[in-house]
Design a protein around this ligand. Structure first.
Ligand code: F6P
Length: 327
């Protein structure tokens, strides 16, 4: 059946990511170019349930391409996890004559979108917006590049003080159950070790490496720990190292939500613009219930169920490279 798209709704949902505003702008302006009206719903799925929205015009998305966060606000909606909540959302979409929904977010957002589509057969198209880069079907998610740059800027600063004091810093980075931020930022900052959830952390291995570093007269160092690593986070790692190397002067830094904020990088602004336009073009071609992504420079669509299956791959060659370079 052919879909006629005259009016769309947009939400940003889950953790905010730099570049979401650039994406809202691209969706809005591409839609208007095709004479499609645009309504922005507030605070993710909660806005659909509570019917909180406003019309987006070309002017209302001016001067936001460079801004972090999301002008539509975001939330992790508990109510949308209930059938009752989803029914209310459907009724409000219908009452507002919305023909399709564009959802910018991560795996939680697309899990909800998939269930919603199955229950109500309502057309949804997804755009990957998360700093974690943990979705299958796109080389990069919106926000990942900016978050990486935020991490390396912070770690570079920490390295100044680490080397001045001859200290070991254990730095925890975000990523939920994925180690992609840790892996790339670890390589980019020349970390002594990188601990990620995709591989088992053998603490003896790390302790031996640190002993060798001391023998090799490395007075300071950086260990990057992904928050989802199986050893239990930066504080646990620091405790284990201190127990084995009492002479090490160790400090822990948990970078936290600083990784989610800030002005998006050039890469994220362009990616967000391409994906925003790509989502509208997909809807016009009657393609829904999928996430739009870019793989090897090509725009591709991946069904929600595949995108969220956590089958994104860690490049083991990069992990090996990090180990070789940290000698
Ligand atoms: O998914 C993005 C992310 O920043 C993860 O890296 C992190 O685990 C999580 O969100 C934190 O979520 P919240 O802001 O709800 O504490």
């Amino acid at each position: 059946m052919s879909l006629e798209i005259n009016k769309i709704g947009i939400i940003t949902s889950g953790g905010d990511a730099p570049g979401m505003n650039a994406c809202i702008r691209a969706i809005t302006r591409t839609a208007l170019y095709h004479n499609i009206e645009v309504i922005g719903f507030k605070q993710g799925y909660n806005g659909l349930i509570k019917n909180k929205h406003s019309v987006l015009s070309s002017r209302s998305v001016s001067n936001i391409i460079q801004r972090g966060g999301t002008i539509l606000k975001t939330a992790r909606s508990d109510d949308f996890r209930t059938k009752e909540g989803r029914k209310k959302a459907f009724e409000n979409l219908k009452a507002n004559n919305i023909d399709a929904l564009v959802a910018i977010g991560g795996d939680g957002t697309f899990t909800g979108a998939s269930v919603f589509n199955q229950e109500f057969n309502f057309p949804v198209i997804g755009i990957p917006g998360t700093i974690d880069n943990d979705l299958f079907g796109t080389d990069n998610t919106i926000g990942y590049d900016t978050a990486l740059n935020t991490v390396i800027n912070a770690v570079d600063k920490i390295k100044d003080t680490a080397s001045s004091h001859g200290r070991l810093f254990v730095i925890e980075v975000m990523g939920k159950d994925a180690g992609l931020i840790a892996l790339r930022s670890g390589i980019a900052t020349g970390a002594e070790a990188i601990l990620i959830p995709e591989t088992t952390t053998y603490i003896e291995h790390l302790l031996k490496k640190l002993s060798n570093d001391r023998k090799n007269k490395k007075p300071s160092g950086i260990i990057i720990v992904a928050e989802g690593d199986d050893f239990g986070g930066a504080y646990k790692v620091a405790e284990a190292v201190k127990a084995d190397h009492p002479k090490y002067d160790i400090r822990v830094t948990v970078l936290g939500h600083i990784q989610r904020g800030g002005s998006p990088s050039a890469f994220d602004r362009v990616l967000a613009s391409q994906l925003g336009a790509g989502a509208i073009n997909a809807l016009i071609e009657n393609k829904t219930n999928a996430m739009v992504g870019i793989v090897n420079k090509e725009l591709v669509l991946t069904p929600f169920e595949q995108a969220i299956k956590h089958n994104h791959k860690i490049n083991m060659n990069l992990l090996k490279l990090a180990e070789i370079l940290a000698c």
